[in-house]
Design a protein around this ligand. Structure first.
Ligand SMILES: O=C(O)C(=O)C[C@]1(C(=O)O)C=C[C@@H](O)C=C1
Length: 250
């Protein structure tokens, strides 16, 4: 259980930034491709929904059978469709309180992603690559979901470090007080700046003549990455922390 400390969980969050920034850059290779999201585009017998829903539900079914959701860091978007893992189980450290399993905010992430985030950074247009578009939506949304739900681990670490500060707030269900106690504004500022810097560096065209590197055209507007963190990723990670703490003494 020593693998989880405030330093190690923060290191994990930092590494997850790379995945999210790359995910944004990968999705921005494709235009919006609205057919991917159109409820009337598909005509598959026995399936009702958009292509992106088709790709998500079927991918999650396979990944659940292959054991993905046995790991408490993973949360499915369509848990109602999933069957049990078919693979031998691995002894994941039981670090979280059992109440953690009932927290899944993927439905809100789904809405945020398709309604607010995508239109911010994806060019309009259609290039016919709907399956590839849905696949990059899937990997980016999975990365964002993993990051936001990692708030459960962050909250558990903080609780174990100072139960005397958290317990009274949990008992009185003081959401505002909990939010205040778990917030570190200076850390949030660092996270946003670092994410924007990563987006600048990862999105750069690389040439062999190093003096040309910074002149190349950017693959992606880096401010979108920090905006994603500021408006959604950080606030939702905090919301998960509060929800987790409220269940911590059950
Ligand atoms: O690093 C922490 O302490 C966290 O809780 C993570 C996080 C974040 O989402 O990046 C959230 C809340 C804190 O105010 C600072 C950062």
């Amino acid at each position: 259980e020593n693998e989880y400390t405030l330093d190690t969980v923060r290191e994990t969050l930092v590494r997850q930034e790379d995945t999210i920034v790359f995910g944004l850059i990968e999705r921005s290779k494709f235009p919006f491709n609205s057919q991917t999201y159109d409820q009337n585009y598909l005509q598959i017998p026995g399936f009702c929904g958009s292509l992106v829903e088709f790709v998500f539900t079927n991918t999650e079914i396979v990944q659940a059978k292959a054991g993905r959701y046995k790991n408490p860091e993973e949360n499915p978007f369509f848990p109602e469709n999933l069957s049990l893992s078919l693979v031998p189980s691995y002894p994941f450290t039981k670090f979280l309180h059992p109440g953690a399993a009932s927290i899944n905010i993927n439905k809100s992430l789904w809405k945020m992603y398709f309604h607010d985030l995508l239109p911010l950074f994806v060019a309009s247009g259609d290039d016919g690559n709907y399956a590839q578009t849905a696949a990059s939506d899937l990997s980016l949304l999975q990365a964002i979901s993993k990051r936001v739900h990692y708030g459960k681990f962050v909250a558990e670490v903080k609780f174990r470090e100072s139960p005397q500060d958290y317990e009274p707030l949990i008992r009185s269900k003081d959401k505002e007080g909990l939010m205040k106690l778990l917030t570190f504004k200076s850390v949030e500022e660092m996270v946003k700046k670092r994410v924007e810097k990563k987006a600048t560096l990862f999105g750069q065209d690389i040439s062999l003549n190093s003096s040309d590197d910074s002149k190349g055209k950017q693959k992606f507007d880096p401010s979108v990455a920090s905006k994603l963190y500021e408006k959604w990723v950080i606030p939702l990670t905090k919301e998960v922390q509060v929800e987790y703490l409220l269940r911590r003494l059950d």
